[in-house]
Design a binder for this molecule. Structure first.
Ligand code: ATP
Length: 446
């Protein structure tokens, strides 16, 4: 039974202690909410991305993939509206010198005591909000002048729109079809924080689903449902997920509908993914500006149309944090407190721990042989050091769903005990059934 609630501090500390996430440039004191993924973190992130790619691209005939460049012609961002319109309202406090997002003062803290929101101390002196553009500027080539300015992409989506014709024609796609992409995006956020939740460099998993205009409302509803189902399929708890539709007046000017998929973080409900009906806005704008006809001809009627787009846009780095928050639990095992990550077997950084009960009688060799057999199939970890209970505990804390132990009986009859992380039950099974059992659990949705 879980005994206490998860906090962000517990997750940050576990991440550092067990090699999930380290502070970037740590030996120099760190750098502005940037993070490096350690051996287990990179594995977790990769496995989440693989699960998304498998379900969004490989398992579907109507979606193909793309990997577009982070640097694009500046014109792309002018036309998309980002160069001038990708702004957040910024306020400064002349008293404490703090910087805040004007639309999020109620989620921010004034750095002074007693703890209050910015603007709530008698001598807070907030400036009127001014628009702050979040595009990261850089320079291409050796000459520093305005012609050399380029931007790091703030979203992966635009690379999909500019490649609409390339993808449609080379793959002979017919409406409706989607183009999916996973990659880094950069936003010069005014305020970062909550660990991986809001950073300036982050990863996104986005898909643009092109369809006939009259179908877009139905496709939109489909994708909201599909994305919620997907989060449950990788193990997130139903009670921590919800869909929050936007009111008409809160929609971006080009959007016909938008629903955020929200997660219940320790600080409350907040965004995990946005699903938007972007209409034909992006394709029309790029068509107009480039002079290329970003349209599709209906092969039956021979009519040209500009597809509408439904976009499920998720944060990969944000989802790493969410899977950790969702999986974290503290309970009691054999009379001792235990920290456990109940990660779904599909995304756990290590799927199987393999232990020899003792370091003799051929058990280490047998265990190593099992590791070699499993290496191609899923991430596996060999551990022979310390008492067996301690080895289980170490794997529990990093979310390893199964541990297999080679003991004296294994050496006689080729059976092995397999221990389940969540129930802590051990069962003895023929060695031949070990990999089918683990693979079966990876494939099963909770
Ligand atoms: P928010 O309201 O949280 O700023 P957004 O609505 O601007 O997010 P989108 O442009 O819809 O975000 O981006 C899609 C997804 O990318 C978000 O749902 C989120 O998961 C992720 N994302 C956006 N900005 C960041 C960031 N600064 N750090 C980490 N992930 C982010």
């Amino acid at each position: 039974m879980a005994t206490s609630a998860v906090t962000l501090d517990k997750i940050v500390s576990l991440c550092k202690r067990r090699g999930f996430v380290f502070q970037a440039s740590e030996i120099y004191g760190g750098f502005e909410s940037t993070w490096d993924y350690g051996p287990l973190g990179v594995e977790l992130k990769r496995r989440i991305a693989d699960a998304w790619w498998r379900d969004m691209v490989m398992a579907r005939e109507d979606v193909v993939g793309l990997d577009s460049a982070i640097l694009q012609a500046p014109k792309v961002w002018e036309v998309s509206g980002h160069a001038t319109g990708f702004n957040d309202p910024l306020v400064d406090c002349k008293t404490c010198k703090g910087r805040f997002r004007a639309d999020r003062l109620q989620q921010a803290a004034c750095p002074r005591k007693p703890s209050r929101h910015p603007g709530e101390h008698a001598d807070c002196a907030l400036t009127p909000p001014r628009q702050f553009n979040m595009m990261f500027k850089t320079q291409v080539g050796p000459v520093e002048d305005s012609a050399a300015v380029a931007y790091l992409r703030p979203e992966t989506a635009q690379g999909i729109f500019t490649n609409f014709l390339n993808v449609q024609q080379t793959m002979r796609m017919k409406l409706p079809f989607g183009v999916a992409q996973i990659g880094k995006s950069f936003r010069n956020e005014i305020v970062t924080g909550n660990f991986l939740f809001r950073t300036r460099e982050f990863e996104q998993m986005e898909m643009e689903y092109f369809c006939r205009p009259e179908e877009s409302a139905e496709r939109f509803d489909y994708w909201v449902g599909e994305r919620l189902r997907w989060y449950r399929s990788i193990g997130l708890r139903e009670e921590n997920l919800r869909a929050r539709p936007y009111a008409k007046e809160d929609l971006a000017h080009y959007a016909a509908a938008c629903t955020d998929i929200e997660y219940q973080y320790p600080w409350g409900w907040d965004e995990l993914e946005g699903v938007a009906n972007r209409t034909s806005f992006d394709l029309s704008r790029h068509s107009e500006a480039s002079g290329r006809k970003l349209q599709w001809m209906d092969p039956d009627t021979k009519e040209w149309l500009t597809p509408h787009v439904v976009e499920p846009a998720a944060g990969l780095s944000r989802l790493v944090l969410v899977t950790l928050l969702d999986a974290y639990a503290e309970d009691v095992a054999d009379g001792e407190p235990r920290t456990v990550l109940r990660l779904h077997p599909r995304i756990a950084p290590i799927t199987l721990g393999v232990f020899p009960l003792v370091k003799k009688e051929g058990m280490p060799e047998k265990a190593r042989e099992i590791v070699r057999r499993c290496l191609d199939l899923f991430p596996v970890f060999y551990d022979e050091s310390g008492a067996i209970g301690r080895r289980y505990r170490r794997q529990d804390e990093v979310g390893t769903p199964f541990c297999a132990t080679v003991d004296g009986q294994t050496m006689q009859d080729n059976t092995i005990t397999i221990r389940d992380r969540d129930s802590m039950h051990q069962t003895r099974i023929p060695l031949d059934l070990l990999t089918p059992q683990v693979l079966g659990a990876m494939a099963a949705s909770r």
